[in-house]
Ligand binder design. Structure first.
Ligand code: GRG
Length: 306
């Protein structure tokens, strides 16, 4: 596997492109082919998975392995599982019963293309496949069952109903159209988005034998970056380009969602996201030069336009 060589300039676009291809190549082999019976579910799963996401969570996992001088093959199944779980969450988030969106990643949403029943099952299929991948040994990764179990446990907590993705989504749904406090807003964003980003970094740390102090730092880094990621998502919903983002914009404000711009305005929200990324990058200092890609991915998150 190639390693990024330290230099004054870091080509983040090239780095993201290379890592994205690595993840996509592996993902393509994980999913049953479209022809596998019953074909419609596999077509729907592949349709959403390969609709063009940024692969930020897998890239964060791979960059964490680099920060720990770990072999990328050791975290590639985790990287794929993270993207499967993330795509599942997007399919369900877009359903009429949730955000009711027609476009995602520049294409009609899964339920718009395949119908609600198949979209629900495609999401279920991606989630199930993620845990199958995490639980089965694969070539070159060399983990013990104990380590695999630790990762699965961490991930289950991160997406669960107490402070995980489901908790955040419930709080997001039940807050819609109501007044909300700064504390509630931070909870929603940290749980709905921050926890899976935190798990991307922490689970890669577990797989690469990070010690407890390193894991604690990586966890704080992940949560901080995750909160910043959702603040930027809120900002882009008000200021971004529909072509670059590939979805309907302005819905958060129209539907009374709990967002940073709604509570603090755009300028303060931008300043907060920049501050959080600076804090996160600072946390990587003890990891030295190998953490450069991880720091650059974090910086990309605060300036991204899509
Ligand atoms: C148990 C994982 C799980 C989900 C069930 C439906 C649901 C509960 C949660 C939805 C959570 C959600 C959609 C949060 C928003 C996260 C977010 C900022 C998505 C956009 O991520 P990007 O920009 O998208 O990385 P791409 O398309 O680039 O992958």
């Amino acid at each position: 596997m190639t390693r990024v060589i330290e230099s004054a300039r870091f080509d983040i676009a090239a780095y993201l492109g290379e890592r994205r291809r690595m993840v996509d190549d592996r993902l393509a082999t994980c999913l049953p082919p479209e022809s596998a019976y019953p074909g419609i579910i596999h077509r729907a799963m592949r349709y959403s998975l390969f609709a063009g996401g940024k692969r930020i969570r897998p890239v964060l996992a791979l960059a964490t392995a680099e920060a720990l001088d770990g072999d990328l093959d050791r975290v590639l199944p985790l990287a794929c599982a993270l993207e499967l779980i993330h795509t599942y969450s997007l399919i369900h988030d877009d359903l009429p019963a949730m955000d009711d969106d027609d476009y995602r990643r520049g294409q009609p949403t899964c339920h718009t293309k395949f119908g609600e029943g198949i979209a629900i099952l495609a999401g279920n299929g991606l989630l199930t496949l993620a845990f199958r991948l995490l639980s089965e040994p694969s070539e070159g990764e060399g983990h013990t069952d104990r380590i695999r179990l630790r990762v699965i446990h961490h991930l289950c907590r991160a997406i669960g109903t107490s402070e995980g993705v489901i908790a955040g989504q419930v709080a997001d749904l039940t807050t819609q159209g109501k007044t909300f406090t700064a504390e509630e807003l931070r909870y929603i964003h940290s749980a709905k988005t921050g926890s899976l980003i935190e798990a991307s970094v922490s689970c890669a740390g577990i797989l690469c034998d990070a010690d407890p102090a390193e894991l604690e730092r990586l966890g704080r880094f992940g949560l901080t970056v995750g909160l910043a990621f959702q603040i930027v998502d809120d900002i882009l919903d008000e200021t971004g380009s529909p072509e670059e983002l590939g979805k309907t914009l302005g819905k958060d404000r129209r539907e009374g969602k709990a967002t940073y711009p709604a509570l603090y305005g755009l300028e303060k929200s931008r300043a907060e996201s920049v501050k959080l990324i600076e804090e996160a990058v600072e946390l990587l200092k003890p990891f030295g030069p190998p953490a450069r890609p991880l720091a650059e991915v974090a910086r990309f998150i605060s300036v991204r336009r899509f």
